[in-house]
Ligand binder design. Structure first.
Ligand SMILES: Nc1ccn([C@@H]2O[C@H](COP(=O)(O)OP(=O)(O)OP(=O)(O)O)[C@@H](O)[C@H]2O)c(=O)n1
Ligand SMILES: C[C@](O)(CO)[C@H](O)COP(=O)(O)O
Length: 232
């Protein structure tokens, strides 16, 4: 059975959440968002381990229930999310993970990833990588100064989520070259698309939302309170 290492970027400051502490350490029921996210992976038959990138001056990590777990490794995150992912890839190389092994990258602030969605992406066998995503369901508008100027054809629009899965060294080279060229990338797939990869879009779930602003935390709390044990 193939086992994957998982990089969890958790070094953000949560500007859009504007909370007292970094949003990955806000509570969701009785666990932090970050601990909830890590619990989605540890124990899954296809997960070898998790490396968690936190800010070098993060004082919260030692209180995580996972901080001393043998399958969980902390590392220093970077200035941007892509820098944190690059650091995580280097940690995996140092741990002896093969350059050709595929790895998963999953946002610390997507705590409601279901086991079925995780199994879907680890079961993917394509050669160009994959990411969870959901097809656009709303009418999309182009805007100028918060006024609608045009409507976008939503039939070709998918909303990217995580986990995203790519071969370790290919991903490292993709992110490193985008960074060297000064191209801002907000997910792993965009770095690989710059190398003409066409990753497969694996249908995800709306419940796998990224907790970005306060309203997202309200939704996540409601979901985890009413959903099946899969989301507990
Ligand atoms: N330098 C950074 C910036 C972000 N992240 C992580 O990338 C994920 C998605 O980023 P986002 O939702 O944008 O988190 P923040 O950057 O913290 O939010 P904001 O942009 O509002 O500051 C989060 O788990 C965040 O911790 C990271 O590891 N390193
Ligand atoms: C990786 C991601 O969650 C895919 O939608 C998103 O790009 C993260 O963006 P952010 O600005 O770092 O939240």
């Amino acid at each position: 059975m193939t086992q994957y290492w998982v990089i969890i970027p958790a070094a953000g400051v949560g500007k859009r959440m504007a909370s007292a502490q970094p949003k990955q350490y806000l509570m969701l029921n009785d666990k932090t968002i970050l601990d909830t996210t890590i619990s989605r992976f540890i124990g899954h038959p296809n997960v070898a381990g998790v490396v968690v990138g936190v800010s070098p001056d993060d004082e919260y990590w030692p209180d995580s229930e996972w901080s001393t777990h043998p399958q969980v490794v902390r590392f220093d995150g970077g200035e941007e999310r892509s820098d944190t992912v690059l650091n995580g890839l280097q940690v995996l190389l140092a741990l002896g993970v093969s350059e050709t092994d595929s790895v998963l990258v999953h946002d610390a602030v997507r705590p409601l990833l279901s086991q079925s969605a995780l199994t879907r992406i680890v079961s993917h066998t394509g050669e160009q990588g994959a990411l969870l995503a959901i097809p656009c369901k709303d009418t999309l508008k182009l805007a100028n100064d918060q006024c609608a100027t045009a409507t976008v054809d939503r039939s070709v629009i998918w909303q990217a989520q995580t986990p995203q899965k790519f071969p370790l060294m290919a991903l490292y080279e993709g992110i490193a070259s985008a960074t060297e060229e000064g191209i801002a990338i907000t997910d792993e797939s965009s770095a690989m698309e710059l190398l003409d990869w066409q990753p497969d879009l694996i249908e995800g779930e709306s419940s796998n939302l990224k907790i970005t602003v306060p309203d997202d935390l309200v939704i996540a709390q409601a979901l985890i309170s009413i959903h099946s044990s899969e989301l507990q």
